[in-house]
Design a protein around this ligand. Structure first.
Ligand code: 6PG
Length: 257
């Protein structure tokens, strides 16, 4: 599936498009299957999106089941907790039932928690691999997604859905991460990538030259792949990729009517 690329002038406008897409996908899932299963991303890029989602009236939160793409092995109140950040900006503002918020328990033994979380995914989401309706992803300047880092053996995992992995730096926290099989099983995957620091790796992925970059391994088998970028992150894209993005945006506009 070819990525659907959208370039917006600023990170704020990219977050607005992402919020609209999130709401559309959520409504469609709730209408068709009575549930919306979404995995949130960590990092800072999605925080403006989460703030916008907190203000929307058109997301079926009562039918929403929240997971995470990855988590640092820290307690939920730790400043580096992906759950903690999402709770502060979004989940504390919207009526998602607590029983439907499934954080990765960073305070538990990592390998045991990865096993527990995989069981939870299998028990909650249908399909083999379990199929989520939407997985939000950011991307590091090295092309990592979730906590799948360049050169990591976790990128080659073909059976397990959730793994505990070593930190990207010796001084970092261990991580728990979804693996490619479950990410690529999703109905929709949405990258939100902003800032000049991501421009080189975004171009390598979207121009097809960075094949060994983890982000280039995100190819939903039977789902849609969206890349939402701001001009800074898109600044090294070729004219042909940008023209395709403009055509896509035109189609999107037409589709929205
Ligand atoms: C994490 C994220 C990670 C993030 C990228 C980009 O736990 O850090 O899951 O994959 O998306 O590192 O981070 P920024 O959005 O902060 O640039």
């Amino acid at each position: 599936m070819r990525p659907e690329i959208c370039v917006e002038p600023t990170a704020g406008r990219a977050a607005e498009v992402a919020a609209r897409l999130f709401a559309e996908i959520a409504q469609r899932a709730a209408d068709q299957r009575s549930r919306f299963l979404v995995a949130l991303s960590g990092g800072s890029s999605p925080l403006p999106l989460y703030a916008l989602l907190a203000e929307r009236e058109d997301v079926p939160w009562l039918h929403t089941y929240v997971f995470w793409g990855d988590e640092r092995c820290v307690p939920p109140g730790h400043p580096e907790s992906n759950f903690g950040a999402a709770r502060e900006v979004l989940l504390s503002q919207v009526p998602v039932p607590d029983a439907q918020v499934h954080r990765m328990r960073g305070e538990e033994a990592p390998d045991a928690e990865a096993t527990r979380y995989e069981r939870l995914l299998r028990d909650t989401a249908p399909g083999e691999p379990p199929r989520l309706d939407l997985i939000l992803l950011g991307m590091g300047a090295d092309g990592h997604v979730a906590s799948l880092f360049p050169g990591s053996g976790a990128l080659e995992e073909s059976k397990r859905l959730v793994l505990a992995v070593d930190p990207p730096r010796a001084d970092g926290h261990r991580r728990i991460t979804l693996t490619l099989p479950v990410i690529n099983a999703a109905r929709n995957v949405l990258f939100l990538v902003t800032g000049m620091g991501k421009a080189a790796v975004a171009a390598s992925v979207l121009e097809g030259s960075g094949l060994n970059v983890p982000a280039a391994r995100i190819r939903p088998e039977d789902g849609r792949l969206f890349w939402l970028l701001d001009e800074a992150a898109a600044s090294q894209l070729s004219d042909s990729v940008r023209r395709a993005a403009r055509r896509e945006q035109g189609t999107q506009t037409g589709r929205e009517g």
